[in-house]
Write a protein that binds this ligand. Structure first.
Ligand code: GLN
Length: 475
């Protein structure tokens, strides 16, 4: 049994008691990667020698001392590849620096081991948009792990990572966590530095942990959160000890159930899991409050204007000169940019760049981009007024469990629409977590995980972690 199936806390106890070494954990993770990567394909690359050297030098007195953490392949780690799941960056880039989240993990004693697969440039919800590799759901190999942090979620679920980091622009930590049956936390915007995370949509992106337990998510958030002079959107707010309040229960906690998150399109079996979790929390003393968030119906359209708009600008740096593989077949520099980008980017990334460029073009800017920004403000305000009435919101993560691989081929809208429950938290900048809420039976006798979402006000990670922990203890 891989040591990676255990929580960080459990491993830390054994490490400090001298029962195991950090090298044991890294070797166990490496063996789990070797035995699962052909079937599940969670990892794009790993450097075992580096990890073993770091393990032997690990300072066990630090909070994450000796613990290996897998990294989504869009978070820079000095000396390692950072492909973003794209052919454009494959064998074309070794990171010259650490992202702030990577640096902070190292400073907490963690060993950054392994690069996980993802939808190209984090655009997608299935990891099928990776140009490099297929990743499968450990609960059913015919199904997607979710995405875009599908490699990170599948690695943790398969016992091939103790924990991992991912990035969440519109659900990319929470949705794969839900589909793979692990915990996934999207911090509030500004809680974690984005420095060194390859930018997709800068006003939405946040790095977050994927873990075996709520406590591990709290531990990792403590390690990576906090002010950073290298990211001016990162807030200079003290980082609480999130673990301290985890066991305080939910007595008197007001939890909102928004009607729009339980309406048409929600799989009845998923609904049943989420509603029974709500009832279980009520039995623990939480107060359930029915809510309405009417702007939810505009969230998908708003997100799919703002995110591609920002992406079209952020991805201009991939031109075969500053970054990426160069294809130089034309008659000059403009041709060279064009041929490089045509060869380097996959279909979904091109679709987003074209969409984003269109909504920012002079004739359409006001009709699309400005209007989407206005609706975004309304969504933010709607959350602010909901949080006058409740401490947190409880909802599903995804309308259905993980779909089959290939099922949305040629129909990107299908996956866009399934982002309905996750993207509002990004648009509003608030925090949200996915915590396993059991499984539902699928067609072939398998059981597919369902994630329970808890959304909290800006910087109220303590609240959603505490509710999530209460649920985890009673489920
Ligand atoms: N599924 C969404 C998209 O395709 C969200 C992706 C993300 O959070 N990175 O854009």
């Amino acid at each position: 049994m891989s040591l990676a199936t255990q929580s960080i806390t459990a491993l830390r106890q054994q490490l400090t008691a001298g029962q195991i070494t950090s090298r044991d954990i890294v070797e166990s993770v490496a063996a789990a990667i070797d035995s699962t990567n052909d079937s599940i394909g969670a990892y794009l690359s790993r450097d075992l020698d580096r990890a073993l050297a770091a393990a032997d030098a690990a300072d066990l007195s630090l909070p994450l001392g000796g613990i290996p953490i897998a990294m989504k392949d869009n978070i820079n780690v000095q000396g390692e590849p950072c492909t973003c799941g794209s052919k454009f960056l494959q064998n074309a880039y070794l990171s010259p620096y650490d992202a702030t989240a990577s640096r902070k993990l190292k400073e907490s004693g963690a060993i950054l081991f392994g690069r996980t697969n993802m939808d190209e440039f984090a655009m997608g919800s299935s990891t099928e948009n990776s140009a490099l590799q297929v990743t499968r759901n450990p609960h059913d190999l015919d199904r997607i792990p979710g995405g875009s942090s599908g490699g990170s979620a599948a690695a943790v679920a398969a016992g091939a990572a103790v924990a991992a980091l991912g990035s969440d622009t519109g659900g990319s930590v929470r949705q794969p966590a839900s589909h793979c049956g692990v915990v996934g936390l999207k911090p509030s915007y500004g809680r974690v530095s984005r420095y060194g995370l390859v930018a997709f949509a800068s006003s939405l992106d946040q790095i977050g942990p994927l873990t075996n337990s709520v406590e591990d998510a709290a531990l990792l958030l403590e390690a990576i959160a906090g002010a950073d002079p290298r990211d001016s959107t990162c807030l200079d707010q003290p980082v609480p000890n999130y673990r301290e309040s985890l066991n305080k229960g939910v007595k008197g906690t007001r939890i909102g159930l928004p009607a729009e998150y339980f309406g048409e399109g929600l799989d009845p079996a998923v609904r049943e899991r989420i509603e029974s979790a709500a009832k279980a929390l009520e039995a623990q003393g939480a107060e359930l409050v029915e809510l309405s968030l009417p702007f939810t119906k505009h969230a998908v359209a708003t997100y799919y204007i703002i995110a591609p708009a920002e992406a079209s600008s952020n991805l201009s740096r991939f031109d075969g000169v500053r970054y990426g593989n160069r294809v130089d077949k034309g008659t000059g520099i403009v041709d060279m940019y064009g041929t490089s980008r045509a060869a380097g980017f996959g279909a979904e990334v091109k679709r987003r760049i074209i969409l984003g460029t269109y909504v920012l073009s002079s004739g359409y800017y006001d009709a699309y981009y400005t209007r989407a920004q206005k609706v975004r403000t309304l969504i933010q305000q709607e959350f602010q007024s909901a949080f006058q009435k409740v401490d947190a919101i409880l909802a599903p993560i995804s309308p259905a469990p993980a779909r089959k691989i290939g099922e949305a081929k040629g129909d990107p809208l299908k996956d866009y629409l399934a982002d309905i429950y996750t993207i509002s938290a990004n648009l509003a900048g608030v925090c949200a977590i996915s915590v396993p809420a059991g499984t539902v039976p699928s067609d072939n006798g398998k059981h597919l995980p369902v994630g329970l979402q808890l959304i909290g006000p800006h910087l109220a990670e303590e609240t959603i972690l505490r509710i999530a922990k209460t649920w985890e203890d009673i489920r």
